[in-house]
Design a binder for this molecule. Sequence first.
Ligand code: PSU
Ligand code: MN
Length: 312
Amino acid sequence: MEKIRFNIQHDVQQAMHFGLPIVALESTVITHGLPQPVNLRLAQDMEATVRAQGATPATIALMDGSVKVGLSSEELEQLAGAVNPHKVSLRDFGYALEKRLTGGTTVAATMFVAEKVGIKVFATGGIGGVHRNAPFDVSADLMQLSRCPVLVVCAGAKAILDLPATMEYLETQGVPVIGYQTNDFPAFYSTSSGMKLNLRADSAEEVAKIAETHWSLGLKSGILLVVPPPKETAIPAKEVELWVEEALRQAQVDGVHGNATTPYLLAKVNALSGGRSMKTNIALLLNNAKVAAQVAGFMRPKSNPQHFVQEI
Ligand code: PSU
Ligand code: MN
């Protein structure tokens, strides 16, 4: 029997059927980005935030040998409490499904799934990008943004990265980076990285229209909507930079590399900031979920949704 492994939760299916707004949510932030039990609370709060705006959340993750699109509350608890969960990027799908691993999907992997099932809007914290000290460590998030027509709402790229190189990559690949009510490229924890943007939108409706027009021409890239972190919790870039530099030094001493780099650096920055950076991280994740749900409300439903079969 052919195994088709996209398992779409009932309320997400309903929303698809009636053309209602849906927001995809990633899960690496749950499995690797935040410690327990904060991770579960955040995952629940993100879903509630999306619902409060009248949209349906679809948290995407790998469990029980299938790609889940939307999780029940029990599944969300299981994912957040998983021991040694896998960090699932594009390369990991086949392996993780065959081994029936429980895993959190990265931005790249979540975009892939969202596009497959016809979800156009996706909220995350910060995307991956070009790492500092390791110019060949480029997150698969960037490559996926260049070829997957999904709108990703984020607070820019994570401050631990080489932000100018990350921006150049996006420009080369033709990915629109739109500032939401800002002219500045945010730096995840900070409202500005000091880099200016040349695209700006001031309302959710405007964002949706720009995205629809971009895709209606046949352009196949993703779109990045960058939303500054809420002012109350934002941290000045200069302050963050000190923690990042120290975290990078420690990463070199500890010999961290590959896909362990991002979770390691985020945890180190949090420790160095005395827990402050995690508060900002959570606030911006919730804010991005809210903006994404508002934008999804203005997107036209897909005219010919792809067919997918469920494993029963
Ligand atoms: N944003 C967060 N916390 C995270 C991530 C993003 O606030 O943990 C995750 C995303 O899933 C992103 C991944 O895709 O980190 C990037 O990892 P890498 O640099 O190995 O591609
Ligand atoms: Mn990497």
